[in-house]
Design a protein around this ligand. Structure first.
Ligand SMILES: Cc1cc2nc3c(=O)[nH]c(=O)nc-3n(C[C@H](O)[C@H](O)[C@H](O)COP(=O)(O)O)c2cc1C
Length: 323
């Protein structure tokens, strides 16, 4: 993947960057330079749960370039998973060494690997061995309980990975405190000495395209990753900031619910509420509409509420033109 710098990517987010949202982002929102899947467990891909787990790797052409993110503890499963990922047509494989979830860390995966270099090394080597032509990257944090940027980032860069995403927080801090961008800048300096060809993506509290540009200038990263910024502003990747109309927001919500229904049916419809909160905001009647939507139990009810609102808005707009 040869992306013009500084480039912008959408962070991998469980129950957020699924097939449906990636499709919405690719078709109807300002598209970032690359997308990631949710993190997918390599052990599950190598178990009876394969059929269910592989669904997480469904993508469409317009979602490309797309990187599959994986996690787990067994190097042999990483080898098989990365082979599979390349055969499915992904543009890259990313290893999650940053998830701070307690259950995940307890089994020695994700952020716990920051304290287990031997296994981290084996995992990276096995993942690289599984692919022929696509890059292998790592996403990590600056430590678990204390900052270990110098030691940990140097170690990762010695593994000659193609890209390294540095989330400027400790695992113990989850996302509670502001990201530490001076440590991200430190990682860039380490990269310059150890592995100049590795691309560094900075992650943590990037709120918009312009904020990202400023951070690229200040901290010298090659790319910016936006996560929760998209919750407060679905147009976070927009180069020229515009106002987005109520109609646009409601239509986006309708498109999301419709596609969600098509892909998952009624299952998981609670997940939809997070997206509805994301689209239905920043206009006068937004909270009233959101409350109505939160009461909706089925996707059908949600679509009805949204369509009725849109009709009311359209009528009011045409009446105001007559006055
Ligand atoms: C709901 C949610 C789910 C997440 N799931 C993942 C994941 O599957 N893989 C991963 O590497 N990071 C995951 N993250 C972390 C984000 O990718 C990102 O590193 C973090 O939110 C910091 O970036 P931000 O400050 O821009 O949000 C998740 C974050 C959120 C809020």
């Amino acid at each position: 993947m040869n992306l013009e710098k500084p480039f912008f990517v959408l962070a991998p987010m469980e129950d957020v960057t699924d097939f449906v949202f990636r499709e919405i982002v690719s078709k109807y929102l300002p598209k970032p330079s690359a997308l990631f899947t949710e993190f997918t467990n390599v052990e599950a891909l190598n178990s009876k749960g394969f059929d269910k787990t592989i669904q997480r790797f469904k993508f469409s052409k317009i979602q490309k370039p797309i990187v599959a993110q994986i996690w787990g503890i067994k190097p042999e499963n990483y080898y098989k998973a990365s082979k599979l990922i390349e055969s499915l047509g992904f543009n890259g494989v990313d290893i999650n060494m940053g998830c701070p979830d307690r259950k995940v860390m307890k089994i020695g995966a994700c952020s716990a690997l920051i304290e287990n270099k031997n296994l981290a090394k084996e995992i990276i080597a096995a993942t690289k061995e599984g692919v022929k032509n696509i890059p292998v990257s790592v996403k990590t944090r600056i430590g678990t309980k204390e900052i270990v940027t110098q030691d940990w980032i140097s170690f990762l860069l010695e593994q000659k990975i193609s890209t390294l995403t540095v989330h400027g927080r400790l695992a113990k801090d989850l996302s509670k405190f502001p990201a530490n961008w001076s440590e991200i800048k430190k990682a860039v300096g380490i990269r310059d000495k150890i592995s100049p060809n590795t691309i560094i993506i900075g992650n943590g509290d990037v709120s918009s395209y312009n904020d990202g540009l400023q951070k690229a200038r200040d901290y010298k990263v090659d790319g910016l990753m936006i996560g929760r910024g998209i919750f407060s502003n679905p147009w976070a990747f927009e180069k020229d900031k515009k106002n987005h109309s109520i109609k646009e927001r409601v239509e986006l919500a309708i498109k999301h619910v419709n596609l969600f229904k098509k892909i998952y049916g009624e299952s998981k419809s609670d997940i939809l509420k997070k997206f509805l909160k994301m689209y239905i905001k920043d206009f006068p009647d937004a909270s009233e509409l959101r409350n109505l939507l939160m009461g909706g139990k089925t996707t059908h009810q949600m679509i009805e509420v949204l369509k009725n609102f849109k009709m009311k808005e359209d009528q009011e707009a045409s009446l105001s033109q007559l006055v």
